[in-house]
Design a binder for this molecule. Structure first.
Ligand code: SAH
Length: 231
């Protein structure tokens, strides 16, 4: 993937907002442990660039007004990139840790960015009618292994919706082992996009999964079960 045109996704106002969001997040991080990536190069690579690489893929998936979730958003990435780049997109940032979601609300307010922030576990949110099968897309980075991510994310998608999962080269084999989970959750991998970040030799991947049918009410299973006993 060629990343040289990524800047075109951001208006000057969006770039300013993203900068303010990131600065506030790093400021809060001095007293609250939100992220271990705090050096300039790490912030640029892992928070900003690694979020922005998904934008061409997401743009190709967005049809009209759409609702997306960043599941297990942590300190707000990749979600903040989506919010800044696609102001028409309705974005929900989900994390199970209240101190993180509280910090995210402060960062969004400082940056003048609009998003819904929700505190909860994917296993519970996925069974809540307010969220279940309500999203056109879900993005997930660094939350769990692929099969677990599928069980967390697929129930939240409308039929036809897409999951975009960031994975590393070592995790690629887990995708090949996920056929049973894909079958049970009625979805399939439609695209795997590789990219690299400046100064890093290992490739990274975006795995795009499309949901083809409604999810059985069995999924997601109760809190802790998906990660303990992946499908
Ligand atoms: N996506 C961010 C954060 C990764 S750390 C990034 O790439 O930087 C993983 C985050 O997922 C943590 O903040 C953790 O609280 C959250 N998380 C883990 N399991 C979860 C679950 N079952 N439901 C909701 N959030 C979860």
């Amino acid at each position: 993937m060629n990343s040289k045109n990524l800047a075109a996704f951001f208006t000057p106002e969006a770039l300013t907002a993203l900068t303010l969001f990131t600065q506030k997040m790093l400021q809060i991080n001095e007293t609250l442990n939100l992220t271990r990536w705090v050096e300039d190069e790490q912030v640029l690579n892992f928070h900003l660039l690694d979020s922005a690489v998904s934008l061409p893929v997401l743009k190709s998936l967005i049809r009209g007004p759409s609702r997306w979730m960043d599941l297990g958003t942590g300190c707000g990435f990749p979600g903040a990139g989506l919010i800044a780049a696609f102001p028409q997109m309705e974005v929900t940032l989900l994390d199970s840790v209240a101190k993180k979601t509280k910090a995210l609300n402060e960062c969004l307010q400082t940056a003048g960015l609009q998003a819904q922030v929700h505190t909860g576990r994917a296993e519970e949110v996925g069974q809540d009618p307010q969220f279940r099968e309500q999203f056109d897309g879900v993005v997930v980075r660094a939350v769990a292994d692929f099969r677990v991510v599928l069980e967390y994310a697929i129930p939240l998608l409308k039929t036809g919706g897409t999951l975009v999962n960031w994975i590393t080269e070592e995790q690629l084999s887990l995708v090949a082992q996920a056929q049973k989970a894909l079958d049970l959750l009625k979805c399939k991998v439609i695209q795997t996009v590789d990219y690299s970040l400046p100064g890093m030799t290992q490739k990274r991947y975006l795995v795009v999964v499309q949901k083809s049918e409604k999810t059985s009410s069995t999924y997601p299973r109760a809190t802790g079960i998906p990660s303990k006993h992946p499908l």
